[in-house]
Design a protein around this ligand. Structure first.
Ligand code: ATP
Ligand code: MG
Length: 412
């Protein structure tokens, strides 16, 4: 059998959707590892026979079939041989829209009607073997978020079965994080969570997010009332404001503590910030979120209300917030704080475009306080911790000046 190479998966799909093709995946039929190596390809697949092209460095996978012999990933076995056909390889793929191949001359090979599903905006599984890999539950929610597609009824039913059978317990943290991280990159990340919620997967995978739905907040500040609805609006606002996924993740976590507010104190959420911190840490640990995501999410959990309360804060509290974010040395972290605060405020129906004077005012505080440097105190002969103490005092004086400016503008 002579070797044939096809473009497959995301690249074919994205091209049909008319969106930018990021990375190209290829499938090679009628070849073998030895033949690939002889042609200069470099073996990279740890789990599967995948090779890098000697010059383009794109991924070329030998056509394979897969089957599950036992629960969990250890029971996943593949068979890659020269007699595996293109149709067989396409059949092991998750969704019909991801199971279209293209020949070099542009001809599409589409045995599972992926093109029709692209036209109808439907995510449909290719075969019942879909149920063998729980990561597909996350992938499908991510595609629902990215493309605004709906999940076919029969696929949704299969997902529900997978959840009931406990299949999601086999998901490893790294894969959950990887998919969540990609989902946060969507224009409307909320769709990822609402899609997971519809199948019941949200409760299984992110119970701390699922729990927010149905929890009331005071209508005076939150016309949407429901905390889950609010958090979804906030992550979508965050996605509108910035590409920074750290901000989007912090937006997801900021109000987690509202999910464990004692029922007899609702709809108020006294002390939810401390509960958000604990839940955020536990979530990050469970899904192995990178350190920089966790650090910012925990800080935002602690301080997010301080954006809205700025005009009522004492000067030394304002300085405490600035120091917590290391705002003088790392101004970008302070921006992440302000962006999350902005998303939090705009993530309420009716407030999407409202003025938020606290943002510029907080920035003013940072900028004036940042002008206080160590140099004059060193020159005045201070040494050791006395320098930092003097700087903090002077920064508080500067912040107080801003506060009296605000009072003047407010009363004039
Ligand atoms: P993205 O645009 O996010 O890269 P993709 O569809 O290209 O999306 P990849 O992870 O790059 O996703 O995988 C390439 C192709 O491999 C997919 O289009 C799909 O055909 C197949 N595939 C990937 N992961 C799975 C999986 N868990 N189960 C079944 N098929 C998969
Ligand atoms: Mg891809």
């Amino acid at each position: 059998m002579t070797e044939q190479i096809y473009l497959v998966g995301g690249a074919v799909r994205d091209q049909l959707l008319g969106i930018e093709v990021k990375d190209k995946d290829w499938v090679v039929v009628g070849s073998s590892p030895d033949k690939m190596l002889a042609q200069g390809f470099q073996a990279v697949g740890k789990d599967f026979p995948v090779f890098l092209h000697p010059s383009t460095h794109e991924e070329y996978a030998l056509a394979r079939t897969e089957r599950k012999t036992a629960p969990g990933y250890k029971g996943f076995q593949f068979h890659a041989a020269e007699d595996v056909t293109l149709e067989q390889d396409l059949q092991r793929r998750d969704l019909t829209i991801n199971a279209i191949a293209q020949t070099e001359d542009g001809t599409l090979i589409d045995p599972y009607n992926g093109q029709q599903d692209i036209k109808d905006k439907i995510l449909r599984h290719v075969s019942p073997a879909f149920a063998e890999d729980p990561v597909r539950v996350l992938r499908i929610a991510r595609f629902a978020a990215r493309f605004d597609f709906t999940i076919a009824d029969e696929t949704q039913a299969l997902i529900k079965q997978m959840i009931e059978s406990g299949e999601l317990e086999y998901l490893v943290a790294e894969r959950v994080w990887q998919e969540l991280d990609k989902a946060l990159g969507a224009d409307k990340p909320s769709r990822f969570f609402t899609s997971l919620r519809e199948s019941g997967a949200l409760k299984a995978l992110f119970p701390e997010v699922d729990r927010l739905f149905g929890v009331p907040q005071p209508e005076k500040w939150h016309p949407e009332i429901d905390t889950g609805v609010h958090v979804m609006l906030v992550i979508d606002q965050a996605a509108k404001l910035t590409q920074d996924k750290i901000v989007r993740f912090a937006a997801l976590c900021h109000d987690l503590g509202k999910g464990t507010t004692p029922a007899d104190t609702l709809p108020r959420h006294i002390g939810h910030e401390a509960r958000s911190i604990d839940l955020t840490k536990a979530l990050c640990k469970r899904i192995k979120a990178p350190k920089e995501y966790q650090e910012m999410a925990v800080l935002i959990a602690e301080y997010h209300t301080h954006v809205h309360l700025l005009f009522e804060l004492k000067a030394n509290t304002i300085l405490k917030v600035l120091n917590a974010f290391d705002a003088f040395r790392r101004p970008e972290r302070f921006q992440q704080f302000l962006l999350t605060g902005e998303a939090d405020s705009r993530g309420r129906p009716g407030y999407e475009t409202s003025a938020i004077p606290e943002l510029a005012a907080f920035q003013q505080c940072r900028d004036t306080a940042a002008k206080i440097t160590a140099q004059p105190f060193v020159e005045a002969g201070l040494v050791g911790p006395a320098i930092s103490e003097a700087m903090q005092k002077q920064r508080i004086i500067e912040i107080k000046k801003r506060q009296s400016d605000w009072k003047k503008t407010n009363s004039s």
